[in-house]
Design a protein around this ligand. Structure first.
Ligand SMILES: CC(C)(COP(=O)(O)OP(=O)(O)OC[C@H]1O[C@@H](n2cnc3c(N)ncnc32)[C@H](O)[C@@H]1OP(=O)(O)O)[C@@H](O)C(=O)NCCC(=O)NCCS
Length: 198
């Protein structure tokens, strides 16, 4: 097993593994085409986007980004028709994560609760946007390899820390981050922000 820099040829496979892994999440429920476009938008030299291959198959992915928001906004802006189509399709086929996301978006617009601290949080240090390992290959040190590789690069770039957000219910991921020496930085209700000094 080895860590490789992600290239555009890997995106289709990454999107497939993402959708298999994050079944209950909003993005996966918009379909693999949207997920492919999403990951494509993060392919640039500023981000650390790496994969682990075993027998020519992608078994692990890690995407560490800076800055988070501009890329996400650009992704939304340049894929509006596809996103609207996929969201409407998700709503009419009663996909729960899609309904839940749309409901939360409306709620935040209605109560004007734009979270300024969240934006600040995403803009400063590098941030793990997505890390996942195929179910069959978990517990074999794949994610650890990916984090070690990205930490080596962050240190060369003179970064002092990096962060991530994880759902409180995702106990296995929290245990993994704990093992990798991340500390709880902030409580965000259903999620926590974790931070690691480099
Ligand atoms: C979290 C995840 C990326 C870990 O990947 P992994 O390749 O299985 O982790 P590793 O094998 O590299 O684990 C490294 C260390 O963390 C520990 N660890 C990993 N998963 C663990 C778990 N579920 N419980 C306890 N410890 C765990 C391992 O024991 C290992 O320590 P060791 O070498 O002393 O045994 C993987 O479980 C995953 O893809 N989960 C689904 C996607 C996800 O939730 N991503 C995070 C979103 S925030």
């Amino acid at each position: 097993m080895r860590v490789y820099k992600c290239s555009s040829q890997d995106i289709q496979e990454i999107a497939r593994v993402h959708c298999e892994t994050f079944t209950g999440y909003f993005l996966s429920n918009l379909g693999t085409k949207v997920v492919e476009k999403y990951y494509h938008s993060y392919l640039n030299d500023e981000n650390i986007f790496e994969i682990v291959r075993k027998d020519n198959q992608i078994v692990g992915v890690n995407l560490v980004v800076k800055p988070y928001n501009n890329i996400r906004e650009n992704f939304i802006r340049s894929n509006k028709p596809l996103l609207i189509y996929s969201i409407v399709k998700g709503l009419i086929t009663f996909k729960r994560p899609v309904w839940s996301k749309v409901f939360n978006l409306f709620k935040s617009v209605l109560v004007f609760s734009s979270d300024a601290s969240e934006n600040a949080d995403n803009c400063k240090p590098y941030f793990i946007l997505s890390i996942f390992v195929s179910e069959m290959f978990r517990g074999q040190g794949v994610a650890e390899m990916l984090l070690e590789s990205c930490e080596r690069q962050l240190k060369i770039m003179d970064e002092q820390e990096y962060k991530l957000t994880v759902r409180k219910e995702n106990l296995s991921a929290i245990r993994f981050y704990d093992k990798m020496l991340f500390k709880i930085d902030r409580d965000k209700g259903k999620e926590i922000v974790m931070k690691k000094e480099l």
